[in-house]
Design a protein around this ligand. Structure first.
Ligand SMILES: [Zn+2]
Length: 190
């Protein structure tokens, strides 16, 4: 999959691991190794850990997919402007409760010290906890710049970090161009 990181936010990139290909949903996560590979590329595996250490973690695929679909539902409801009191947050809170972390001080660049959180990663749900936290932060924050791609056939989400806040497409090369070609054709036809 080449569309993994168009979302400009890890929780939205997680949603975007399912893409529409010719009208059919294609899941980029088909194994624990797929999930571990994605987590590594997204910067969500403990530093120094190898992807191979996690690809065989029991339940990683199932837990990752469950978290993703849960967050997809919450993001859609938040975007729809539904009253959040009516939304069940228990499942996401349960995922957050799996997080176990401590802080660690390490020598950084230029003689500086860097402080960073270190997460326990013994179970699938612990490995996914920082991603659940990123999703919770997104849901609790300002949602105006969280957008769904304007192509009705596309299911991708993104955080619009452009200066003008006029981003409309998951990717100009994919959906933006399709739109341009379609409106050019309809102009010519008209
Ligand atoms: Zn799109």
């Amino acid at each position: 999959m080449t569309m993994d990181f168009l979302g400009d936010h890890p929780a939205l990139d997680m949603l975007n691991t399912v893409v529409q290909v010719q009208g059919e949903a294609v899941d980029g996560w088909r194994s624990g190794a797929d999930v571990a590979d994605w987590l590594a590329r997204a910067g969500y595996l403990p530093s120094g850990a190898a992807m191979a250490d996690f690809s065989g973690l029991p339940g990683l695929l199932e837990e990752a997919r469950a978290l993703r679909e849960l967050v997809r539902k919450l993001v859609a409801r938040r975007k729809d402007g539904l009253a959040m009191e009516t939304v069940d947050l228990a499942a996401l809170n349960a995922a957050l409760a799996q997080g176990r972390r401590h802080m660690e001080l390490a020598a950084g660049d230029d003689n500086a010290l860097a402080l960073r959180p270190v997460y326990a990663a013994g179970t699938a749900r612990q490995v996914l906890a920082p991603l659940a936290e990123a999703a919770a932060e997104l849901l609790a924050g300002d949602f105006t710049l969280v957008k769904h791609c304007e192509n009705p056939d596309c299911t991708l989400w993104f955080a619009d970090r452009t200066k003008s806040h006029r981003r409309r497409w998951c990717s100009m090369a994919i959906c933006g161009n399709r739109h341009k070609v379609a409106s050019f054709r309809s102009r010519r036809a008209g």
